[in-house]
Design a protein around this ligand. Structure first.
Ligand code: UD2
Ligand code: MN
Length: 581
């Protein structure tokens, strides 16, 4: 178990918190658990916050986080996978393991043999069990959406919520069935869940994808807070109250639990590194990255403090229901899977909220190598289109960075059927959300995001002169950085650009002309291999009809396109400065 040297906190049964007591608490502000605390004394939860924003104290009674776990002393402590231990199957069973793997893209065979209410190690940092939370926390609706989820993992997810959430805070569990095809998810699921009055099942009439499925769940939710979870998780001891406490402290905080790893192979429950935050890299790829040591030191951050996250992983978080709707919920135009975590993250931060990981709240999740369900359309195209919608609404000028990282083809909006964005753009205006630049500067300052790949003068190696824009034509001059006429950018769209003008190959002939820059214009892109101002390289026109190299006339009186010659110095160019991402 997690803290063998520490006596496990005495489990408090959910029945301990009765409705009458709850009402009484709200009236009198008295608590029934934990040490007494004066009603208006500021409460510091989890010590000095990494965000430097001190927790806002709220009046009202407090109690120690309820370390509910009716499963800590399980019925069968010899059961497979019990206590989150790795479960192994005999090699003669390998065939079965393999045969059933594709049902969920994890070890379904094993999962089916592990108790639905198994105990898992309490992986919280030690101080978490001593933290105080308010008595009158808001209630939550827990929303699971799923499509063809494996029976045992779906049930284990639901059991973990029921067993480890304070009864009075759990308004309901909403299961949104995203048009599953498997029979056991129909009557058998209804029947099984009928033993839990709090579980409601919503069935969608067609496959909507996880985004619209979550919206359908939210639409019927009665709790004050929405808590979204994937349908193959195990909520750990004390997971819920720390999340609700953050929302209670400030309704614009969007807390996420630490996502721990349930092995897809042996179903063991594994804790993850501390101090991890959710980030993205170009082109909007989600990832984890440690909080810098210097930041931890400077802010005296402890392993139990909330961690501000530029983006969330997507699956597991709590959000004040009203705030969720004020933000316009999710863009309902996002299909099936992917990109919605970027959308909600940018929206939350840019429109007044905050995303945090709460180390005292931990939920295990089975990470799978592949989506175990079918995409109605091509998977890659679906995700790309979702991302393009997000980018067009939220990224301002930085969208070129996204497209420039291998997504040029998405600029052809007609080909990708990006759909209508009027509502989303209108929403951003209405909410007066901040710019993407503000987001980068304030939320993700360590993100490298230059708007151009290279800039400054464009030096020709053979001629030893620099490109210059004179009277709207391209010529050469002795290099002089102080002259604006010699300043060009090589952008993420691979344009050679000065203000709004781009260098382009002549439609007929080998010369170059100036055109107004247009991201969708394939003819004005120039491939340039160099990433380093010590190395001159070709500028290769990507225009279909040319595909040749930019070359300086030997007298410096012209610039034109010629077939590329690796050794020709008149075809070698270097920018003054290159940016690295
Ligand atoms: C991660 C998120 C997931 C979501 C996704 C990006 C975590 C732990 N998981 O991928 O929540 O944000 O990134 O979109 O952060 N589902 C449906 N209908 C569909 C497809 C999926 O209901 O058409 C359900 C699915 O059964 C599951 C949930 O949506 O419960 C998330 O799907 P996933 O587990 O395949 O996503 P994951 O964990 O790879
Ligand atoms: Mn998942």
């Amino acid at each position: 178990e997690a803290h063998p040297d520490e006596p496990a906190p005495k489990p408090v049964q959910p029945e301990d918190v009765k409705d009458e007591q709850k009402e009484q608490r709200q009236e009198t502000g008295k608590k029934d658990v934990g040490p007494p605390k004066k009603p208006h004394e500021p409460v510091e939860l989890g010590g000095g916050e990494g965000s430097k924003v001190k927790a806002i104290s709220k009046p009202g009674g407090v109690h120690k986080v309820l370390s509910l776990d009716v499963t800590q002393s399980p019925r069968d402590d010899k059961a497979l996978g019990q206590f989150g231990h790795a479960a192994l199957v005999g090699s003669e069973e390998d065939v079965e393991v393999r045969r059933r793997w594709d049902e969920g893209h994890f070890n379904v065979y094993l999962s089916d043999q592990i108790p639905l209410d198994r105990a898992i190690p309490d992986t919280r940092p030690e101080m978490c069990a001593r933290n105080l939370v308010h008595d009158d926390l808001p209630t939550t609706s827990v929303i699971f959406c799923f499509v063809d989820e494996v029976w045992s993992t779906l049930l284990r997810s639901v059991h973990s919520v029921i067993n480890r959430s304070p009864e009075h805070l759990l308004k309901e569990i909403i299961l949104v069935d995203d048009f599953s095809t498997r029979d056991y998810l129909k009557e058998p699921l209804d029947k099984y869940m009928s033993q839990f009055p709090k579980v409601r099942i919503v069935r969608l009439k067609e496959r909507e994808g996880l985004i619209r499925a979550r919206l359908a769940g939210a639409a019927v939710a009665k709790g004050d807070v929405l808590t979204f979870l994937d349908s193959h998780v195990e909520c750990n001891v004390g997971w819920l109250e720390p999340l609700l406490e953050r929302v209670y402290q400030d309704r614009r905080k969007v807390p996420c639990p630490v996502i721990e790893v349930i092995s897809d192979k042996d179903m063991s429950y594994n804790l993850v590194d501390n101090f991890q935050r959710g980030i993205f890299k170009w082109p909007l790829v989600f990832g984890w990255s440690p909080v810098p040591d210097s930041y931890i030191k400077e802010t005296n951050m402890t392993i139990a403090d909330p961690i501000r996250c530029p983006v969330m992983a997507g699956g597991l978080f709590s959000i004040d229901k009203k705030f969720f709707y004020e933000l316009g919920a999710y863009d309902p135009g996002l299909d099936v899977w992917g990109g919605e975590n970027m959308e909600i993250s940018f929206k939350i931060w840019m429109c007044g909220g905050e995303i945090e990981i709460i180390p005292c709240s931990r939920v295990g999740h089975i990470f799978r190598g592949q989506n175990p369900y079918k995409f109605p359309k091509d998977r890659q195209k679906t995700v790309e289109r979702n991302l393009a919608r997000v980018v067009e609404v939220w990224l301002d000028g930085y969208k070129d960075l996204f497209y420039g990282h291998g997504y040029h083809h998405l600029l052809d909006k007609e080909a990708i059927h990006i759909g209508n964005l009027t509502d989303q753009i209108g929403l951003r205006k209405k909410l007066e959300c901040k710019s993407f630049k503000w987001y980068l500067d304030n939320v993700y300052p360590d993100m490298v995001a230059p708007l151009v790949k290279a800039e400054g003068m464009v030096f020709n190696l053979g001629l030893r002169k620099c490109l210059s824009l004179q009277k709207s034509s391209v010529s050469f001059e002795t290099c002089d950085l102080s002259r604006q006429s010699q300043h060009f950018n090589h952008t993420w769209m691979r344009h050679i650009r000065q203000q709004d003008l781009c260098i382009a190959p002549q439609a007929k002939g080998n010369g170059v002309v100036l055109k107004s820059c247009d991201n969708a214009d394939l003819d004005i892109r120039w491939f340039h291999q160099s990433t380093n101002s010590a190395l001159a390289e070709h500028l290769i026109s990507e225009s279909v009809s040319h595909h040749m190299c930019l070359e300086a006339g030997p007298q410096g009186d012209s610039v034109c396109l010629k077939p590329c010659v690796p050794t020709n110095a008149l075809q070698k160019w270097q920018f003054t400065h290159y940016h690295h991402i």
